[in-house]
Write a protein that binds this ligand. Structure first.
Ligand SMILES: [Ca+2]
Ligand SMILES: [Ca+2]
Ligand SMILES: [Ca+2]
Length: 142
């Protein structure tokens, strides 16, 4: 088998694996002879919108209460970037010290804060901590 054939085979196998894991085949409506003539291949679902491109979906920002159209605060009252809990354009030890008392906690509990529930599910757990740590330390420019 030539290198070109091997390359073609591997490429086809990878493409097949991708299609099996991501594709949906919509066959459409069968015709009068019960044969599907036209179909549509859908490759996965599009990512949820992140209008300000700050790494947090609009839905997440709506949940935590930050501005989904602003990636970085302009002043200390402009809550725009989810991990910047103490609003000052940097994610640093002060943000971490604000996050930690809420970890772990659940909605209804004394330490829970929806502002810190970065993976919106009513609990502040490892997933929220990982999301915060993915941005610690970092900074943004208004
Ligand atoms: Ca966003
Ligand atoms: Ca901060
Ligand atoms: Ca959560």
């Amino acid at each position: 088998m030539s290198a070109r054939l091997i390359s073609l085979f591997v490429g086809s196998a990878l493409c097949g694996a991708f299609l099996l894991s991501n594709a949906t085949v919509e066959r459409g409506v069968p015709g009068p002879d019960n044969v599907f003539g036209v179909g549509e291949l859908l490759l996965g679902s599009p990512p949820p919108p992140d209008s300000d491109n700050d790494g947090f979906d609009d839905a997440v920002e709506a949940h935590v209460g930050t501005d989904p159209l602003d990636a970085c605060p302009d002043d200390p009252t402009d809550d725009a970037w989810p991990p910047d809990i103490v609003i000052d354009t940097v994610v640093d030890i002060f943000d971490a010290l604000t996050f930690l008392p809420a970890f772990p906690s659940a909605e209804g509990g004394p330490h829970y804060s929806q502002r810190l529930d970065f993976s919106p599910d009513g609990v502040i757990d490892t997933f929220d901590a990982i999301t915060f740590l993915n941005h610690f330390p970092s900074a943004c420019t208004p």
